[in-house]
Design a binder for this molecule. Structure first.
Ligand code: SF4
Ligand code: SF4
Ligand code: SF4
Length: 147
């Protein structure tokens, strides 16, 4: 599996902000499958021809995982508070104060939207697909897709 650092090598690295993020944050969201390479407008410029295809190759096909639809998410934070992994592993999320930077979490709120930052910690993915689906069940807008 590609790392965020490897992915960053194929991003413009200008932190222009047109995607609403910095390039490093965009790389994390690519890894979490919350953004697609096509979402970076700069990479559609001729200077970056072939970079989008290279990123798709680096990321590979998604196996099992999860996705939050940013169009549906209302930023309530319920997924962060309810996540089975957080309840056992993140005291700040469990207490409802929100995880701190550096805490190991599946979800984090970024600019008022829930994003999947480390799906590899998800109990459902680590153990078995049927073990947990609490986040999707409690999301009030059906923004979370588990697959
Ligand atoms: S739009 Fe592209 S170049 Fe600009 S910050 Fe986002 S990822 Fe980086
Ligand atoms: S529970 Fe659903 S609507 Fe609320 S932050 Fe999470 S994904 Fe967004
Ligand atoms: S499926 Fe369960 S463990 Fe995985 S992110 Fe959702 S609530 Fe957390």
């Amino acid at each position: 599996m590609a790392t965020a650092a490897e992915i960053q090598e194929f991003l413009p690295g200008t932190d222009c902000g047109q995607c609403g993020l910095k390039c490093a944050e965009f790389a994390e969201l690519l890894l979490a499958r919350e953004r697609a390479p096509e979402d970076c407008p700069v990479m559609h410029e001729p200077d970056y021809a072939g970079f989008i295809e290279a990123l798709h190759e680096l990321l590979g096909p998604a196996a099992a995982g999860m996705r939050i639809d940013p169009e549906k998410c209302n930023g309530c934070g319920i997924c962060v508070a309810m996540c089975e992994y957080h309840l056992g592993n993140c005291a700040a999320a469990r207490l409802g104060t929100g995880p701190r930077w550096g805490d190991r979490v599946v979800f984090r709120m970024v600019n008022g939207t829930g994003v999947v930052v480390h799906q590899e910690y998800c109990t459902r993915l680590v153990q078995a697909a049927e073990k947990c689906s609490k986040c999707a069940e409690h999301c009030p807008t059906e923004a979370i897709e588990l697959f």
